[in-house]
Design a protein around this ligand. Structure first.
Ligand SMILES: [Zn+2]
Length: 305
C-alpha cells in the first residue's frame, strides 16, 4: 500500500484528563439547608440528602466506574490473552464505534416522590439497582447514566431470545407509587418526548419498547395496570391492538406460540399469560385466555411478523 505524504497524516492528541479526574462537581441549590430541620421522608428531606450524596460520593463513584469501563474496553489481546486468540493474530481494525441500546424498558418507581427515587439511585444498596432516566410526576426528566452505559434496571427475565436485557436496553423509571397513582399527562408528554428522541437516535424498533413486567412477569409488575400503553402506541412507541378491527384467528391459531412471537417467554405458559394480561387487558387477573383475548393476541402478533 502506498504511504500518504507526511503532510496528510494528522494526529489529534487529546489534552483532556482521564474521566476519573474530570468528574464534575455538583452545585446544590440546597447546600445551606440542614436536613435535621426537614420532615423525615419528605421530598425536601430526600432532595437534601441526595444533593449531599451527589456532592460527596455519587459523582465521584460514577466517574471512577467510568474509568474502569474505559480501561476494560481498551484491553486488546496483548493486554489479556484469550485462550482462543493468539496474540500474534491481533490486527487492529480501524472502523468502529460503540454499541447502541436496542430496547427501552419502562418502569414505575414504586416510591413516594421523585426525590426519594433519585436518592435511591444515588446511594449504595444491598442489591444494585440503577436507571438511565427518571421522570417526575410534574414532567421533569432526570438523567442518571449516559445512554451507552449498562444500567442495572431489568435483572433476570426473558423477551424473545434476550435474557441479558441490561446489556442492550435503556431503563426509564416513571415516578409513580405503583398502586393507585395515575400517570399524569405532563409526565406522559415528557415520556413521549424522551422516547421520540431515543427511538430515533438509536433506531429502536417500535415493538422493542416494553414494560419491565413484559420481560419479567410475576417477578415484576411495573409499570402498573394504570399505565396508558394505548396512548403510547398511538404516539408510535410499543404496539397496541386495533380495537375496532379484531378478526377471528384461524382455526389452527395457537395463542401461546403467538405470545412467543410477540416476545413473551412461554417456558411457563401461565407466566406469559400473566405478563400479556398485565400489559394489554389491564383488569383481568385470570390465567385463562377467553376468545376476546385470543383475538387481541392474534391482532398484536400480526404487527410483530
Ligand atoms: Zn422495574
Amino acid at each position: 500500500m502506498q504511504q500518504p505524504p507526511p503532510s496528510e497524516i494528522t494526529s489529534k492528541a487529546s489534552s483532556e484528563a482521564p474521566a476519573s479526574l474530570r468528574y464534575k462537581s455538583f452545585i446544590s441549590k440546597n447546600a445551606d439547608v440542614n436536613p435535621r430541620t426537614l420532615v423525615l421522608g419528605s421530598p425536601q428531606h430526600y432532595l437534601c440528602l441526595t444533593d449531599s450524596l451527589q456532592r460527596t460520593f455519587s459523582r465521584k463513584v460514577y466517574y471512577d466506574n467510568l474509568q474502569t469501563i474505559i480501561d476494560q474496553i481498551s484491553e486488546t489481546p496483548d493486554d489479556k490473552r484469550s485462550p482462543a486468540v493468539n496474540t500474534d493474530n491481533w490486527y487492529a481494525a480501524i472502523d468502529f464505534n460503540i454499541r447502541k441500546p436496542h430496547f427501552i424498558i419502562l418502569h414505575h418507581t414504586a416510591q413516594s416522590s421523585v426525590e426519594q427515587a433519585l436518592f435511591t439511585f444515588s446511594v449504595r444498596k444491598k442489591s444494585e439497582t440503577s436507571t438511565h432516566y427518571v421522570i417526575s410526576r410534574d414532567g421533569k426528566v432526570y438523567q442518571m447514566l449516559n445512554d451507552y452505559i449498562r444500567s442495572y434496571h431489568a435483572g433476570a427475565g426473558k423477551w424473545g431470545n434476550v435474557s441479558d436485557m441490561n446489556s442492550c436496553s435503556l431503563g426509564i423509571e416513571i415516578d409513580n407509587d405503583g398502586e393507585k397513582d395515575q400517570f399524569t399527562s405532563v409526565q406522559m408528554n415528557a415520556l413521549i418526548k424522551l422516547l421520540a428522541y431515543l427511538k430515533q437516535k438509536y433506531s429502536v424498533p417500535t415493538g422493542n419498547i416494553i414494560g419491565h413486567s413484559d420481560f419479567a412477569p410475576v417477578r415484576k409488575n411495573d409499570p402498573s395496570v394504570l399505565f396508558p400503553w394505548s396512548q403510547l402506541a398511538s404516539a408510535g412507541f410499543g404496539y397496541w391492538y386495533d380495537i375496532s378491527n379484531l378478526k377471528q384467528p384461524p382455526p389452527n391459531f395457537n395463542p401461546l406460540l403467538a405470545l412467543r412471537v410477540i416476545g413473551y417467554d412461554i417456558s411457563v405458559p401461565e407466566n406469559a399469560i400473566i405478563g400479556f394480561k398485565h400489559h394489554f387487558i389491564q383488569n383481568n387477573a385470570s390465567k385463562i385466555l377467553n376468545d376476546y383475548e385470543k383475538k387481541i393476541i392474534y391482532n398484536i402478533m400480526l404487527k410483530y411478523e
